[in-house]
Design a protein around this ligand. Structure first.
Ligand code: BGC
Length: 399
């Protein structure tokens, strides 16, 4: 159905407010606008979307649901289960999503065999960003192991560069921690930890090892108290006052938005011991069934989001990679190409992010963040105690 020329704008609730996030959203707005769909922006600031999800829940409960919302991962199951989300099976069929998108993407947006959201891009969480100029000046190569990282840290410290830009914000701690869980535990254990029934795996000694590694990483930043937003850490990396940063590859998009180039200004490699693995978070927009459902326009928006041109334009700005298998990877920079090719690699371990809701509901994600926060802030808490707390959270949430 072609929406009429005077169709009302679609209200879109999301949490993209940093420079690169804004730029990526603007590219979506442009692509949609050119095809007759108007985007009314409803951005709720806050990295990782904690605030946006709470605002969204409040609005839905008050009967004031936006038309479209950034609902990603497990929460999509709840929203869809409550009948609040418009199924997009017809759009997916017309656009051949099943044939053109990575299976993991289709699986992430499907519930009970129905397609419930439009996928935008795939972020890679296990990303280590490096200031290329600092590495060059200090004659260092990108670290491939924790030992390499320790050796690089020693050299950086000797030259008054903080080894790792860090923030103790709970969602950022959870983001780093899950990459460390994957590194210390390997993909099999990680998959068990991320499964809804696998709470007993949280007693594995490798979880305690990951907690100890998290403290070790935290101590690579001398800043005693920091709860900075992720963009501030990216700024420190850009300025070269810090040499490394572990963050989802939206930080790569941010560096690009500030004019930095992969391979000359910064590098990105998988976090040590996670090469060839993809710890993913897939951004999606769900079309909500509100009071004034605008179905034709919502479907058209979903259709445009999946188009190859929109995918390329959006993802190049965002730092994520297209959800499609039929794009030209030579148009991606080295970091993005490695991410996309890992997704395309048969048998490569693809692991769902816990911190970014792919494998956890909001309350579990928040509770994990709180345990990690206490563990990092209070050195009196042992790794065993923190591990026991994590295990009991996951046990309570097991289905
Ligand atoms: C989202 C990204 C966003 C990041 C930082 C993640 O949960 O998937 O799109 O850039 O949070 O806010």
């Amino acid at each position: 159905m072609i929406p009429s020329a005077h169709a009302a704008p679609l209200n879109v609730l999301h949490w993209w407010t940093s420079d690169s996030e804004r730029r990526a959203a603007d590219r979506l707005v442009q692509q949609l606008g050119a095809q007759g769909i108007e985007w009314h922006d409803d951005a709720i600031p806050g990295g990782g979307g904690g605030a946006a999800v709470k605002v969204l829940t409040g609005r839905v409960l008050a009967g004031e649901a936006p038309d479209v919302a950034q609902v990603i991962g497990r929460p999509l199951t709840d929203w869809a289960g409550l009948g609040l989300v418009l199924p997009l099976d017809d759009v997916a069929q017309r656009g051949h999503w099943r044939e053109k998108m990575f299976p993991v993407v289709l699986q992430t947006v499907s519930r009970g065999g129905r397609v419930m959201a439009a996928p935008l891009g795939v972020h890679r969480i296990n990303t280590l960003l490096l200031n290329h100029r600092v590495l060059e000046r200090l004659r260092l190569s990108p670290p491939r192991s924790w030992d390499d990282m320790e050796a690089a840290a020693r050299v950086m410290r000797a030259h008054h560069v903080t080894p790792l830009a860090w923030s103790d914000e709970p969602w950022q701690l959870a983001t780093v921690f899950e990459t460390v869980l994957l590194a210390e535990g390997g993909p099999k254990l990680y998959a068990e930890l991320a499964s809804t029934t696998g709470w007993s795996a949280w007693h594995d000694p490798r979880v305690a090892a990951a907690l100890r590694r998290l403290r070790w990483l935290r101590d690579l930043d001398d800043e005693p108290t920091t709860e900075d937003p992720w963009t501030a850490s990216a700024r420190r990396l850009q300025a070269g006052t810090a040499g490394m940063l572990i963050m989802g590859d939206w930080a790569r998009g941010e560096l690009q938005a500030w004019g930095e180039r992969a391979g000359t200004d910064f590098d990105c490699v998988p976090v040590p011991r996670t090469a060839g693995m993809h710890l993913y978070s897939i951004d999606t927009l769900a079309m909500l069934v509100g009071r004034n459902a605008q179905r034709a326009q919502q479907e058209r928006m979903a259709e445009i989001i999946a188009q190859p041109a929109t995918q390329m334009a959006y993802n190049q700005a965002k730092g994520s990679v297209p959800v499609r298998t039929d794009i030209d990877p030579t148009q991606l920079d080295a970091c993005a190409r490695d991410s996309w090719q890992t997704l395309a690699q048969p048998g490569a371990p693809l692991l769902p992010s816990i911190a970014h809701r792919m494998a956890a509901v909001e309350s579990v994600r928040d509770a994990i963040g709180e345990v990690l926060h206490r563990f990092i802030k209070d050195r009196g808490v042992t790794a065993q105690e923190a591990q026991a707390q994590l295990a009991s959270i996951l046990r309570g949430a097991a289905q």
